[in-house]
Design a protein. Sequence first.
Lengths: 250, 302
Amino acid sequence: MNLWRPLIGKEIQEDFRSARGAFFLVVAALVLSVFAVLLVSNTELSLLDNAQAVYMMAGIVIALAALVAVLRGSDGFAGERDRQTLEPLLLAPINGSGLAAAKLCGILVSWLTLFILAIPYLWAVGSTGQNLFAAILYLFLAGTLIVLVFGGAALALSARMKTFKGVLSLGLTVLLLLGSPVLLGPSLRQSAVGRVLDLVNPFAAALNTLDSVIIDSQGLSWQLLRLAVMGSYGLAVLWWLYAATRRLEP
Amino acid sequence: MPAIDMQGLKKAFHERPVLHGVSLTVNQGDIYGFLGPNGSGKTTTLRLLLGILSPDEGRIAVLGMNPAVSGAQLHRRVNALPESHGLYGWMSSLAYLNFFGRLYGLTLSGGDYRARLRQVGLDPDDSRPVRTFSRGMKQRLGIARAMINDPEILFLDEPTNGLDPRGRREIHDLLLQLNREKGLTIMISTHILDDVERLCNRIGILEGGLVRYEGPLTDDSQSAVSYRFHLKDGAAVQSPWNFPGIALLERQDSWITCLIKEGSPAAAIKTLVLGGLPIIEAVAVSGGVEDLYLYYTQGGGL
């Protein structure tokens, strides 16, 4: 663990000190600002129920979290390989699993930064309504699991594939495929196929959890299955990541 | 115990063989020049020695350890400078060294890190990001990083590639100083023969995935020369050739060409004459590492 610390520190510093990290934070803040302004000022959107507005904002944060996770995960090993900085890391007395764990911690810190950044926006659109605290709590929980699943999977791919672009393309494609069923209409989602897709899709599980908590005011017992789905994906991804990084090549 | 002992190493990528059975030995305190044309497998060999890649076949012992098994343990005792610097452009030189020091679990003070930067000729007060450094400065920082754990063996992949003559000379002096003062074993992969002649005491020449030549580069072997010998008409050359340290390169009519790998030319001629070769004339045709390199990379070692 001691050897992970400097690496986690480096990952965090890259978030704030490198051009890429700073750029992403600015973009995330801009996206959240635009949506917050739309939710409170747009004629139609401002008519939304307060809980609906919080849910929409939380959904945007989950989407951004998945995007951050895929971006950071893709960059984890493949980006370092592209920049030719991976080899000196492989020469250090830390094994592939240790490097992966440190990088995953770095991705989770990026998510934490985004989450902290999102809180004022959630407060701005939902401070007068109910369930704001539960929304924030479940956003953190679902977001963390989503980041674990997508970040870990992108990191595992990044350990095996040679280029950042290749991993990113594949990661974003998978993210879009998993995200698209969420856009199905209510009737399709109520069909058998829709229900199965909702059940096995971690992205849908996260959004349905937020829907259930924020809009329907349902408690933890209603969320257990969805959280279990996301948790199972998380565990599977962690195992995959461990297997993929047992032998890292420059 | 040799610092590095590698026997019969084979490695293929996607079923394309790169190394066909490489064997080499590096002794403690050697500065070993690992020569070969581009694409001959030098970098792959270094990565195998460092445990970054695993061999398909063969045996490797670096400081008595198998790199593929004891990678993390070995990495505490060896280090390397890859061909690419592998620097984080946004860090300062001091932050970069500090990062790697902590990654190795070292508890060095700020003063220690500064001293290490001074040792390689960098200014520790220079807080500019590394991306603004010149190539020579980056190379120096790379060497400082590679020396951070006071390794017993330092692997360098093309350490002077792209440096101007002054920069190269400075890197040479630094490496010679480290070898002299700390007894550091250095293995340099390069195709710049000037580096080899200035630094190395032993060389291995890799060509087509095999080590074609391995031998010392001391004063005696620096005089490793090719000689053409004119034999008395009709004289037979013994078969098989059995003169240790002297390789038969070519036979044409009454002339033979030999590479004298060990000892002086005079001693070699004496050996040949005493061995029954009726030499009536001897002509030196070449000498030095360059000829050795050209000879073994043109199929002469086959």
